[in-house]
Design a protein around this ligand. Structure first.
Ligand code: C2E
Ligand code: MG
Ligand code: MG
Length: 400
């Protein structure tokens, strides 16, 4: 892999460290590398209007004059298309908040690394750029890959499917259910993840069709599994934009009952968002759904919006700890404390704790030692087609 076609800008006040990064870039084949000693200089360079814009900015956080955070704010506000790699000595928890901040500013973040940067890390991040899989792309609608019209056509053509990711009971190691995650099985481009279509549908207030398609297929899957003797719980994500429609709860309940499924076998996952306008309607829907027997999960718990506030308002039954806290948990004391208190909060409120983003045996072991109820993540399995999930359930899942 070569970095030769890319333009880089390294923003770092420490001369030695800056030179290290520059020479690493050069050793990976980079030829176009600019250097700045702080955010202000970097902005000036970006404004100087070179023939080719900068593709990747590598940026330190703690710098004189203009620090990395202010610099990222300007980048976001100017809609600069450059992707960013944060280099920092900040602790992981602080890096997580800088990552969230960048996303909030609309910065395309490739990733953040604790210094010293290694060649392998750098290579991996550049590869990520080349694959076009920046975190910002997954998390915001900054990069649009498809138009709304294309998405509508895809839905009409029935190209959207739920993929199922196993959820495992940590005490027994047994499969207890799955989360249904929307995928666009595109005839040309292959399997496409939700970041490429959900933000657009949300903004156009057209999530309903996808929500109901997902529900319908997930409920049918749940029924099929039960008919084969697997009493599993299926989780489906509910967008808050759908919850503003006051008829939603009844429509959802009807659909599930019509399929011959008990609402107790279905969990609805909800994440609060900043854009939530109609709180009263959403709460009415959620209360009614809970009354009808559905499980309610607070998704992405611990991230900005999915917060303590929700706990008091929603009669939820499951707390789903966001993956940004779970990743690295084995190595980071602060993350462990946050997760531990989320788990104990769940226990005190008598609801299930679920950890998402469990990627390694170490994550699993740490969570188990913290008495987490349920785990979901690549360590157990990635999201898969219904057929693959049926086979997974049939084969006795996975020994854990
Ligand atoms: P989410 O509900 O928090 O789902 C978990 C996401 O984490 C999924 O991403 C899943 O593939 C990913 N994931 C699971 N385990 C791991 C792991 O070990 N490591 C890592 N790095 N990632 C893991 P996905 O499928 O891309 O979905 C992204 C988000 O899109 C979901 O986040 C959910 O908020 C939304 N979404 C997906 N399907 C639907 C849907 O049908 N309706 C609505 N409203 N939202 C949906
Ligand atoms: Mg979810
Ligand atoms: Mg989540």
């Amino acid at each position: 892999m070569t970095a030769s076609e890319l333009n880089f800008l390294v923003v770092e006040d420490d001369d030695f460290q800056r030179r290290m990064v520059v020479s690493m870039l050069r050793s990976l084949g980079a030829t176009e590398v600019q250097e700045a000693g702080n955010g202000r200089q970097a902005l000036e360079m970006l404004h100087a209007g070179h023939a080719r814009p900068v593709d990747i900015v590598l940026c330190d956080m703690d710098m004189p004059e203009m620090d990395g955070m202010e610099f990222l704010r300007h980048l976001g506000q100017e809609n600069n298309a450059a992707a960013v790699i944060i280099l920092s000595m900040l602790e992981r928890v602080l890096l997580v908040s800088v990552e969230k901040m960048s996303e909030a500013y609309g910065v395309k973040l490739l990733g953040s690394v604790e210094k010293p940067l290694t060649l392998a890390q750098l290579e991996g991040l550049i590869l990520r750029y080349k694959r076009g899989s920046s975190r910002a792309r997954q998390l915001s609608d900054a990069v649009q890959v498809f138009t709304l019209e294309e998405i509508r056509q895809g839905m009409k053509a029935g190209q959207f499917e739920p993929y199922f990711q196993p959820k495992t009971d940590m005490k027994t190691g047994r499969l207890m259910g799955a989360e249904a995650l929307a995928r666009w099985v595109h005839p040309e481009y292959g399997v496409i993840a939700p970041y490429a279509f959900i933000p657009l549908l949300e903004r156009a207030k057209e999530m309903d069709e996808l929500t109901f398609m997902m529900l319908e297929k997930s409920v049918v899957a749940c029924r099929t599994l039960q008919d084969r003797g697997h009493s599993l719980v299926i989780s489906v994500n509910l967008s808050l934009t759908s919850l503003t429609d006051i008829t939603l709860a009844d429509r959802v309940t009807q659909l599930v009952l019509d399929a011959g499924v008990d609402p107790h076998s279905i969990v609805l996952e909800v994440t609060e968002s900043a854009a939530m306008t109609d709180v009263a309607h959403a709460l009415e829907n959620l209360a009614r759904l809970r009354m009808h027997g559905f499980g309610l999960s607070i998704d992405d718990f611990g991230t900005g919006y999915a917060s303590m506030q929700q706990l008091m308002r929603i009669a939820f039954s499951e707390l789903k700890i966001d993956q940004s806290f779970v990743k690295d948990i084995a190595h980071n004391e602060a993350l462990r404390i946050v997760v531990e208190s989320s788990i104990s909060l769940a226990r005190k409120l008598r609801v299930k704790s679920v950890a998402e983003g469990v990627e390694t045996r170490q994550d699993w072991d740490t969570l188990k030692s913290l008495d987490c109820d349920i785990a979901q993540g690549y360590f157990i399995a990635k999201p898969m087609t219904l057929d693959a999930f049926l086979a997974f359930a049939e084969s006795g899942a996975k020994e854990l």
